[in-house]
Design a protein around this ligand. Structure first.
Ligand SMILES: [Zn+2]
Ligand SMILES: [Zn+2]
Length: 197
């Protein structure tokens, strides 16, 4: 399971809406559960789908401090695997049967691509709402360790007492947007190595 964090003025509903618009078509169907702050969009094969095996994948969209987190759950691909297996079997027995399975194979391959397609849609929502993987200014306000005065980000020294603020600057993982400490070497969320200049 993969989670990404988008920072900025965002609402889970914006992501849910885009997922419905994109995936509720052809052989797929979307359903929504939850509340405004935590929405689960389930993308699954439509009943009586004309081709391909059955699949389902949940997308969990949650309001977090300063933004939204998006998690793509585990996709059930048993139906797809079975359908692809059947296609292979009938084709081996009689290659001419491949023609009858073309639609199934195309749909099955498309279903296996679902996760990437979901990230593309999510990324697009983030981009149109100018959300970023880096923390926005609200979360970046720094509190001085010594005098507890709030400082604007990028201020190297406390505006009140002059203490250095360098080590307090929060950062985010460039791969998933997770907020990390200055000393973090490996992202606790996506396990990516944090590279600093
Ligand atoms: Zn201070
Ligand atoms: Zn990460």
């Amino acid at each position: 399971m993969e989670t990404k964090f988008y920072h900025g003025n965002l609402k889970p509903k914006q992501f849910a809406k885009a997922l419905h618009a994109y995936f509720n078509r052809n052989n797929l169907d979307t359903k929504e559960f939850g509340s405004d702050d935590k929405i689960i969009v389930q993308i699954a094969t439509r009943q009586n789908a004309l081709s391909g095996g059955d699949t389902a994948i949940p997308v969990i969209i949650e309001k977090v401090t300063d933004g939204v987190s998006v998690q793509i759950g585990k996709q059930s691909i048993l139906g797809v695997a079975a359908s692809l297996g059947l296609s292979a079997l009938v084709t081996i027995r009689n290659p001419i049967n491949l023609l009858n399975r073309i639609d199934d194979i195309a749909q099955d391959l498309e279903n296996l691509q679902l996760k990437n397609d979901i990230w593309d849609v999510v990324q697009q929502v983030a981009a149109t709402n100018s959300a970023t993987m880096t923390l926005s200014d609200t979360l970046r306000t720094l509190t001085c360790e010594y005098c507890l005065v709030a400082n604007p980000v990028s201020e190297p020294n406390c505006i009140a007492c002059g203490a250095p603020l360098g080590n307090l600057q929060p950062e985010t993982c460039m791969n998933c947007g997770y907020a990390i400490k200055h000393s973090t070497k490996i992202c606790p969320n996506c396990k990516t190595k944090i590279i600093r200049e």
